[in-house]
Design a protein around this ligand. Structure first.
Ligand SMILES: *[C@@H]1O[C@H](CO)[C@@H](O)[C@H](O)[C@H]1NC(C)=O
Ligand SMILES: *[C@@H]1O[C@H](CO)[C@@H](O)[C@H](O)[C@H]1NC(C)=O
Ligand SMILES: *[C@@H]1O[C@H](CO)[C@@H](O)[C@H](O)[C@H]1NC(C)=O
Ligand SMILES: *[C@@H]1O[C@H](CO)[C@@H](O)[C@H](O)[C@H]1NC(C)=O
Ligand SMILES: *[C@@H]1O[C@H](CO)[C@@H](O)[C@H](O)[C@H]1NC(C)=O
Ligand SMILES: *[C@@H]1O[C@H](CO)[C@@H](O)[C@H](O)[C@H]1NC(C)=O
Ligand SMILES: *[C@@H]1O[C@H](CO)[C@@H](O)[C@H](O)[C@H]1NC(C)=O
Ligand SMILES: *[C@@H]1O[C@H](CO)[C@@H](O)[C@H](O)[C@H]1NC(C)=O
Ligand SMILES: *[C@@H]1O[C@H](CO)[C@@H](O)[C@H](O)[C@H]1NC(C)=O
Ligand SMILES: *[C@@H]1O[C@H](CO)[C@@H](O)[C@H](O)[C@H]1NC(C)=O
Length: 307
């Protein structure tokens, strides 16, 4: 009996059982959310009543430890209409986290890495015009419109729940979909020296494997470099066997732009910060040139080290 009570207690502490418990009452907050954010289906949302272009809005959400919002169902869509009508007034437009310029094949994708398996396009949208690359929602209809990312609109971020802790060391940023920590070295140095710097921090130069991870890494580098346009070393190197490789040994399975099919002996890879679009494209330069850099590390390693 005692054991049973303990079990019931433990199950009631498990967040996933909380989700189930509140599933039938959609408007209920099932996680504790911090000030100015509202919980729905276990996610905290913050409506930001400052207007920005899509890229700036997405970077601001990342700076708050979150992402520009993704929408997975009619109920989340309806929740966002209600939330923004309260915060922004009726008949407004605001950014959500969909873009056709973060994906390598120009299809629509969510910045937080979720599948876009629910859509609520307005009639005739998307128009598939390359400049109309960002996603806004209108109220009260809740319909989605493709719009140029230059538009200046308020936006909604998904933010961490109250009391959420960063599983990485101080000065490292956590990206949950890849379960990795990242740190920007703003001081310029050669590729080899930057790799040594990353080693000394318990990591390596970063490898990047999806449009979401690329945007996240680009966003934190852009912020660390004070929103200036620069090129930053990532862990890409042209090796002695005529291949571009990631120095951390992971496979090169994603690129934002096509440059790796040419022989660039003696070169290393770079990511461009502060783009006019939200692509954070890659480039190359001599391994002996000096640039800022981005390191990655493993949160489980950091957890151990923290003790
Ligand atoms: C919440 O909003 C109020 C009023 O706009 C503001 O003063 C306060 O700083 C906000 N708090 C957070 C945590 O953003
Ligand atoms: C949004 O508001 C409407 C009208 O008040 C309500 O019927 C609906 O349940 C709300 N939806 C959500 C998901 O909160
Ligand atoms: C948000 O901005 C609009 C337009 O400036 C304003 O009318 C509204 O009162 C603002 N809402 C809040 C909660 O600040
Ligand atoms: C390319 O776009 C299609 C949808 O048009 C999508 O299903 C597919 O996953 C995309 N591929 C990549 C590599 O992004
Ligand atoms: C839709 O995508 C989300 C996020 O990637 C996933 O959790 C969910 O299972 C998917 N739903 C369907 C019906 O495919
Ligand atoms: C735009 O592209 C999407 C996905 O590739 C497609 O489903 C849709 O029919 C296209 N719309 C138009 C108007 O061409
Ligand atoms: C967003 O605004 C910044 C300036 O704050 C600008 O440099 C950038 O090009 C803009 N991006 C888009 C897509 O409009
Ligand atoms: C984090 O950065 C701050 C300011 O740059 C610095 O004072 C602090 O020592 C750093 N912490 C760690 C753990 O590196
Ligand atoms: C960014 O700006 C801050 C404050 O002005 C400054 O302390 C810092 O050194 C700057 N960083 C870079 C990389 O220029
Ligand atoms: C990359 O460029 C080469 C030649 O310039 C071309 O053959 C190849 O199809 C391109 N690949 C992609 C993914 O665009």
């Amino acid at each position: 009996m005692k054991l049973l009570l303990v079990l019931v207690f433990l199950i009631s502490l498990n967040p996933s059982s909380l989700v189930t418990a509140f599933d039938t009452t959609p408007a209920t907050t099932s996680v504790p959310c911090s000030a100015n954010s509202t919980g729905f289906n276990n996610v905290c949302y913050r409506a930001v009543n400052t207007s920005a272009n899509w890229t700036n809005a997405a970077i601001d959400c990342i700076n708050q430890g979150g992402n520009l919002v993704s929408v997975s169902s009619d109920s989340v869509n309806s929740f966002l209409v209600n939330l923004t009508e309260q915060q922004f007034g009726t008949s407004t437009r605001f950014w959500i986290g969909g873009s056709s310029s973060i994906s390598d094949n120009s299809s629509w994708a969510w910045i937080d890495g979720n599948n876009m398996n629910y859509t609520n396009w307005a009639i005739g949208r998307p128009r598939n015009i390359s400049a109309y690359d960002s996603l806004e929602m209108h109220t009260p209809s809740g319909k989605w419109y493709d719009t140029p990312g230059e538009a200046i609109l308020p936006y909604v971020c998904e933010v961490p729940p109250a009391g959420a802790t960063n599983p990485c060391y101080d000065n490292w940023s956590y990206y949950a979909p890849a379960n990795k920590c990242y740190r920007v070295i703003t001081k310029k140095n050669t590729f080899k020296n930057q790799q040594s710097n990353c080693y000394s921090f318990g990591g390596d130069l970063v490898s990047i494997h999806s449009s979401g991870e690329n945007f996240f890494v680009g966003a934190i580098a852009t912020k660390a470099l004070n929103y200036t346009s620069q090129e930053v070393f990532i862990g890409l190197r042209f090796n002695d066997f005529d291949n571009w490789i990631w120095v951390d040994g992971t496979s090169l399975n994603w690129v934002p732009n096509n440059f790796t099919d040419v022989d660039y002996s003696g070169y290393s890879g770079l990511l461009e910060t502060w783009p006019t679009k939200s692509k954070f494209l890659w480039d190359y330069d001599y391994t002996s040139s000096i640039h800022p850099a981005i390191c990655e590390s493993d949160p489980s390693f950091m957890k151990k080290e923290k003790k």
